[in-house]
Design a binder for this molecule. Structure first.
Ligand code: NCD
Length: 308
């Protein structure tokens, strides 16, 4: 069945991924010329939290498909400053004849809530620390491009696995396949229980690595290392942040004995968790990954608005 809203990566199945990835590959060959077929459609980009890549790539994606774009980035200058509710905001965009909403919001569950109060299809562009399903799509697309498959891979997730939203979504997506997961993080920001339960239920092999001295031994076995920054703005206690700050970093030494095809991904923005000298190595895939956001988001918009 076709997905109407993109709320959680738990909803993605293999058919859906095949469809999006084959479209995205085609689009990547010539993104400006894919189709101008959504010319009478309107997309609303409603971003209540900061964003560079997600906003810009959705903007560019919609433009390439010929769409009109409305919305805002942060609530500055909108009636939200006057205390307007999310409900009223959405009802108003409904009145303007919007065909698709991309919502980034600071409340976990905001996109789901919106999907229940409007008929307009919703894409979750990140809801607090819970999920970021379109990021997972471009992450997985990048892995698929490199390895030609999404199974039988050893995938490490390193960084803030507790407060970040990209890792949960990517783990949910990859749980459609048989892979091994290695969660590398200090105890304070280890993977959340709900995600452990999810993958245990799918019989997926995983390990948690909390001793950061052992990271190099783990990394040399991996195919993919997915790195994230510490989500400073989401950590409730500043003391907690102080304890984990600087506790991990990818540098040339860490990757000196990795596999030939090993790749490093990062949803970006990076702060200090990947040393810039790593950028020049053949293992650095994060800028290609960010670029893929445009093609994958074009494919996704097309999928929602065009297919039947
Ligand atoms: C991520 C996000 O917003 O969750 N960024 C992104 O969308 N590429 C990662 C982050 O902020 O750390």
């Amino acid at each position: 069945m076709k997905l109407r809203n993109i709320i959680s990566a738990k909803d993605f199945n293999k058919d859906f991924l095949d469809d999006i990835f084959s479209k995205a590959s085609k689009i990547k060959e010539n993104p400006g010329k894919y189709c101008n077929c959504l010319i009478n459609k309107i997309i609303a980009l409603l971003f209540f939290e900061p964003s560079t890549r997600t906003y810009e790539s959705f903007y560019r994606a919609a433009k390439n498909l010929g769409m009109d774009i409305i919305g805002f980035r942060k609530s500055y200058g909108t009636s939200l400053e006057k205390g307007e509710s999310l409900y009223d905001t959405i009802k108003m965009y409904e009145g303007y004849g919007v065909d698709l909403i991309v919502l980034r919001h600071y409340s976990a569950g905001a996109a789901k809530y919106i999907s229940e109060i409007t008929e307009i299809p919703i894409i979750n562009g990140g809801d607090n620390g819970r999920e970021h399903p379109t990021q997972a799509l471009l992450d997985a697309f990048t892995i698929y491009e490199k390895f030609g498959k999404l199974n039988d891979l050893k995938i490490g997730f390193m960084g803030d696995l507790k407060y970040g939203r990209t890792v949960p979504s990517l783990v949910y997506l990859l749980s459609n396949f048989n892979n091994e997961f290695y969660f590398i993080a200090p105890d304070l920001v280890q993977i959340r229980k709900e995600i452990e339960f999810y993958i245990e239920d799918k019989n997926i092999y995983y390990e948690k690595i909390t001793d950061m001295n052992k990271v190099k031994d783990v990394v040399k076995e991996l195919d993919v290392l997915y790195v994230t920054r510490i989500q400073k703005e989401r950590i409730p206690d500043p003391m907690e942040y102080e304890k984990i700050k600087g506790s991990y970093r990818v540098d040339l030494n860490l990757i000196s004995n990795v596999k030939e095809d090993f790749i490093i991904l990062h949803p970006l923005p990076r702060v200090d968790e990947i040393s810039p000298e790593v950028d020049k190595t053949k293992h650095a895939y994060y800028f290609e990954q960010a670029k893929n956001g445009l093609f994958v988001r074009m494919a996704l918009i097309y999928y929602i608005l065009k297919n039947g």
